[in-house]
Design a protein around this ligand. Structure first.
Ligand code: PMP
Length: 307
């Protein structure tokens, strides 16, 4: 899949309203200060959320991860969960968004009184950004081509992967390699040479009917990853979280990625080798995709109406 084939953003996003620091503003006016911590050091944490049929999927888990990240980063004057939830719902309602929507929710350390690294210069509250866009699952059901990046995922010795931060330069460098190779995404290894994840998704494979995914350590504790593990185990499938050598992925019966942006997307090529035995998703991937599709329509926090 060449980079040129990436679908263009939905034209309905031209007129969206965005929540920035307590105000709902048109897209063209949605800006943060040059003094904001996210500009100065990528000093922010974030969540990607998806809206299905008037509900935000796994909102509680996303807010829990957001606040855990903010706590790990020692953010102060963090807005309470009710306020974040209220801003999210108000923003979705103002845009008339109920389905087919992805939300990038960012919490920065807030504005500094002068440029500088230390959070001592932060005197104001955190900045909350709610950016909702009309966006179908990004891969649209097609099989993905991945390449292995030369850039390693941050090891926990350098930056704990449980912190879902916005300081994503090594992921972006990996993605540049994928783009240059005409692939959809890049596999990032950990320092030991085991598979960590892609630049934006968790990775799974199926071998002899059992599911395998890298253990938490160098990968994000993805909410789709956790959902898929629950669904698999609930359906009686054995699911293992462990160190996975890259050669195992290439030899697997099925490989797929998970993430809020692209849901469960099957992989057909890794470093030029055909994987997964065909163009379409394999039987276990298809089964899990079906269970996931049922789950997203069944559960989730209904967009509250504050009228
Ligand atoms: N890994 C990385 C590096 C990510 O940025 C994301 C998306 N937030 C994921 C995995 C998937 O996480 P989730 O299932 O919570 O969207």
């Amino acid at each position: 899949m060449s980079a040129g084939a990436v679908s263009l953003p939905d034209p309905r996003n031209t007129d969206i309203l965005v929540h920035v620091g307590g105000r709902l503003v048109p897209r063209a006016e949605a800006r943060v200060s040059v003094f904001d911590s996210v500009v100065q050091g990528g000093d922010a944490c974030w969540e990607g959320l998806r809206v299905y049929d008037g509900r935000v999927f796994r909102l509680g888990a996303h807010l829990q991860r957001l606040f855990a990240s903010a706590r790990a980063l020692a953010f102060e004057r963090v807005p309470p969960a009710d306020e974040v939830r209220g801003a999210l719902f108000a923003c979705l309602r103002a845009n008339g968004m109920r389905d087919g929507v992805h939300v990038r929710l960012t919490l920065t350390r807030g504005e500094k009184v002068t440029s500088g690294m230390s959070p001592r210069w932060n005197r104001g509250p955190c900045t909350l950004i709610v950016l909702p866009e009309w966006k179908a699952p990004v891969f649209g059901g097609r099989g993905l081509a991945l390449v292995t990046s030369s850039v390693r995922r941050n090891p926990p010795q350098c930056l704990d992967s449980r912190i879902h931060h916005a300081n994503l330069l090594n992921n972006i460098l990996a993605r540049i390699e994928a783009d240059a190779a005409g692939a959809d995404d890049a596999i990032m290894l950990d320092l030991a040479g085991h598979v960590a994840e892609t630049s934006a998704c968790n990775l799974f494979h199926v071998a002899r009917g059992e599911l395998h995914t890298p253990a938490l350590g160098a990968c994000l504790p993805g909410i789709t990853r956790a959902t898929v593990l629950d669904l698999a185990r609930g359906a009686g499938l054995a699911a293992h979280e462990r160190g996975i050598p890259p050669a195992e992925l290439v030899a697997a019966d099925e490989v797929f990625t998970t993430g809020t942006m692209g849901e469960l997307a099957h992989v057909v090529r890794i470093d030029g080798r055909a994987v997964g035995g065909g163009d379409g998703p394999g039987p276990v991937t298809r089964r899990l995709q079906g269970l996931f599709a049922d789950g997203v329509r069944r559960e989730g926090d209904r967009i509250a109406d504050d009228s």
